[in-house]
Design a protein around this ligand. Structure first.
Ligand code: FCB
Length: 457
């Protein structure tokens, strides 16, 4: 078999996020975030874990940059902890110590030859804003734009790649619909208002970022899940339509200037999730603002879903949609391994949502593989997961998909939200007791891929 060679300027990176790795929650004037609060709420996070220390990256970032340099990656995607910049979210002036930290990080990355890709919001909202309603309150949109302004004013000239938001679906649905993530609410109408405010804040932040850093490249990252009907029946086709609307189109359509999908507005009204009449959270001009042209679309891909319609409950005149994993092997977190889904998704996006380059901003696998007696960490399963998904990317590029980069999730094991430290996604092992980092076999393999720009065979 011949090697799979990637385009010359293809970006091979690694990704993390602030709350998952930084620790140092009381240092540098940082205020509490909704995740600090959520972790302290009994029963919300496995084993009562929290991000107080995490990977202590706040203090160990020089070592972590050296690690990335040794891996030969050309880019690092990380996020800014909003409560380091505005400790309550309400201050009129940003906290200089917080900006200093990210400036040091960015400067050290650039000196190491690694391009920073900055995510502004990866879920750690200042608790002070949550106390006023958080993302359900339209005022948080303005607070986000001020945050974007403060960050880009300081880092502007040096940061050339911004991602406004990470996974609005998770912010809205896990945070406000099923309560699995902070702030832990279970309220459908609120969750739909949250989607709107997050997407609007994206749209309003884009011009602010561009003004501070002329020529910079700005996008948003969505977690997209390709769905497959369980059977050729009309009922399963309709379950598939509903799932795709719920997971993918409710975000893609407004970002691409098409507004919220009508079929889903109808479904949500029928299910009592939206009132009749105009959407209550949409103000004049909002839909135009959120459809601002961007420079790329970030995609986080982990798995797919199989859609099955089940018996219609007497009280609901709509097919109930069940999304379940397919029959392939699963990673430790229970997500099915289906690299063809990534290929299908990329192809679908180029047909249904053409126009901007695509970047895989996260892809990876959770496996617990521990260090073995020979000192190595032989995570063959993770290596195979990354290998098969990168091959899917290569196949998509060959088929004409404008895919410009790939970020492995994650640089290192870290705090996996409601799962605490029980799930390890890193290509680098972290010993949480000593903070020692150790390259897993998957990191050694990724190093060869990133350095050579090709997958052997
Ligand atoms: C994504 C998140 C990321 C990480 C991975 C496993 O949904 O963006 O922070 O937790 O899942």
């Amino acid at each position: 078999m011949s090697d799979h060679v990637f385009p010359k300027d293809f970006v091979f990176g690694v990704a993390t996020s602030s709350y998952q790795i930084e620790g140092a929650v009381h240092e540098g004037g940082r205020g509490p975030s909704i995740w600090d609060t959520f972790c302290r709420t009994p029963g919300k996070v496995k084993d009562g874990d929290h991000g107080d220390v995490a990977c202590d990256h706040y203090n160990r970032y020089p070592e972590d940059i050296a690690l990335m340099q040794s891996l030969g990656v050309s880019a690092y995607r990380f996020s800014i902890a909003w409560p380091r910049i505005f400790p309550t979210g309400l201050e009129t002036e940003p906290n200089a110590a917080g900006l200093d930290f990210y400036e040091r990080l960015v400067d050290a990355l650039i000196a190491a030859g690694i391009t920073p890709w900055v995510t502004l919001y990866h879920w750690d909202l200042p608790q002070g804003l949550q106390d006023l309603g958080g993302w359900a309150n339209r005022a948080t949109v303005d607070a986000f734009v001020r945050f974007a302004d403060a960050v880009s004013a300081r880092l502007g000239g040096r940061v050339k790649h911004y991602i406004t938001h990470n996974e609005p679906w998770c912010v809205a649905m896990l945070g406000h619909m099923n309560g699995e993530h902070a702030p832990g609410h279970k309220d459908w109408p609120e969750a739909l208002a949250v989607v709107h405010h997050v997407l609007l804040s994206h749209g309003l932040a884009v011009p602010v970022l561009r003004a501070a850093s002329p020529g910079c490249s700005v996008g948003i990252t969505l977690n997209l899940v390709p769905g497959y009907p369980a059977s050729p029946s009309d009922a399963d086709a309709d379950a598939m339509r509903h799932f795709d609307g719920f997971f993918n189109r409710w975000y893609l359509d407004p970002l691409y200037g098409r507004g919220y999908p009508e079929d889903m507005v109808t479904d949500y009204r029928a299910l009592g999730r939206l009132p009749e009449g105009p959407l209550p959270f949409v103000h004049p001009g909002d839909l135009d603002a959120m459809a601002v042209p961007t420079d790329f679309l970030g995609i986080n891909f982990y798995s797919r879903a199989i859609l099955r319609s089940t018996t219609v409950p007497e009280t609901e005149n709509l097919p109930r949609t069940i999304a379940e994993p397919g029959p392939e092997a699963r990673t430790d977190i229970g997500w099915e391994i289906y690299p063809d889904g990534l290929y299908d998704l990329l192809r679908r996006l180029t047909v249904d949502y053409p126009g901007v380059p695509l970047v895989i901003t996260e892809n990876g696998a959770s496996y617990a593989t521990t260090p073995s007696e020979d000192g190595g960490i032989h995570d063959a399963a993770r290596l195979s997961y990354l290998d098969s998904h990168l091959r899917a990317c290569h196949r998509a590029i060959t088929a004409g998909v404008p895919l410009i980069g790939y970020f492995a999730w994650s640089l290192m094991d870290n705090f996996e939200w409601a799962y605490g430290y029980s799930q390890r996604f890193g290509i680098v092992w972290v010993d949480y007791a000593t903070q020692e980092r150790k390259l897993k076999d998957s990191a050694l393999w990724y190093r060869d891929v990133a350095r050579s720009g090709r997958i052997a065979g």
